[in-house]
Design a protein around this ligand. Structure first.
Ligand code: HEM
Ligand code: HEM
Length: 208
């Protein structure tokens, strides 16, 4: 039970239905429900995935966009590559988990346009959480340096030749998609703050 939330159970594992008697649920396992069966917040695993991936993506965006500026102090690229691979693996696990539950309903105060924008933004963020690290992996596979996971072991490289069309396209794609991701993350955080401070609904709290 989390202070401030009425936590009586969790959502079922199959798709679609959000109701059921209290005895159908295991507390804290999936999504928190109000006594009427209304979903109040994202489940613990979803919130944990969101928080960890959010921090790592923001760090990687800063390290990627600023890598030339940091070069006098240190080269962030080895850390950037390792963290990017960790983001890719966490995202695959997150998407697998995401397929097992349905999200809490949006508040009635959200218009259909706002809902559509939220849906599209979230879908694009999931796409970018895969596409940005995969293009980085392809691009770096053609480079001469290893993809070292924090000095512990080397991540396997894909068979991509240096200077090949695939390596060039991945490089270009990584830059363009990386910058698009930065813009969407700013929009996404701005929307979360707008919900919290202007619309004063529970959208931000239910993901924290
Ligand atoms: C979600 C994960 C990732 C994010 C958000 C991200 C983002 C970025 C961004 C925004 C840039 C700067 C692009 C530019 O303006 O030049 C960049 C550069 C770079 N990224 Fe990533 N990246 C991620 C994962 C990876 C992975 C997995 C690898 C390789 C294994 C990688 C390798 C690189 C390299 C080598 C550069 C420098 C490219 C250059 O100097 O032209 N990135 N990244
Ligand atoms: C401080 C930074 C962030 C805040 C405050 C934040 C806030 C939120 C909130 C409040 C939601 C729930 C929206 C809803 O209930 O409709 C959400 C969902 C989501 N966020 Fe973030 N977020 C942040 C960073 C990020 C980052 C960096 C990413 C990934 C690049 C991300 C990806 C997502 C995705 C994919 C969802 C949809 C979850 C789902 O329904 O499956 N967020 N975020």
């Amino acid at each position: 039970m989390v202070a401030g939330w009425r936590c009586v159970g969790a959502l079922r594992v199959g798709k679609g239905r959000q109701t059921g008697s209290e005895t159908d649920f295991k507390e804290g396992q999936l999504a928190t429900l109000a006594s009427g069966g209304e979903l109040l917040r994202y489940n613990t695993v979803a919130r944990t995935f969101h928080a960890i991936i959010a921090v790592l993506v923001i760090l990687n965006l800063i390290g990627g966009i600023g890598h030339e500026a940091f070069e006098d102090i240190f080269n962030p690229i080895p850390l950037h590559k390792a963290t990017g691979i960790v983001i890719l693996l966490l995202t695959l696990a997150r998407i697998g988990w995401r397929l097992t539950w349905t999200m809490p309903d949006w508040p009635a105060t959200m218009s259909s346009v706002q809902r559509a924008v939220a849906r599209i933004t979230h879908g694009l963020l999931y796409f970018l959480m895969l596409a940005v690290p995969i293009t980085g992996w392809i691009m770096s596979s053609a480079g001469k340096y290893p993809i070292s996971i924090y000095g512990l072991f080397d991540w396997p490289k894909l068979p991509v030749a240096k200077g090949s069309a695939l390596a060039e396209a991945a490089h270009e794609g990584h830059e363009v998609l990386g910058l698009l991701m930065a813009a969407l993350v700013v929009l996404h955080i701005g929307a979360a703050l707008h919900h919290h401070f202007v619309m004063k609904d529970n959208i931000l709290r239910r993901m924290l």
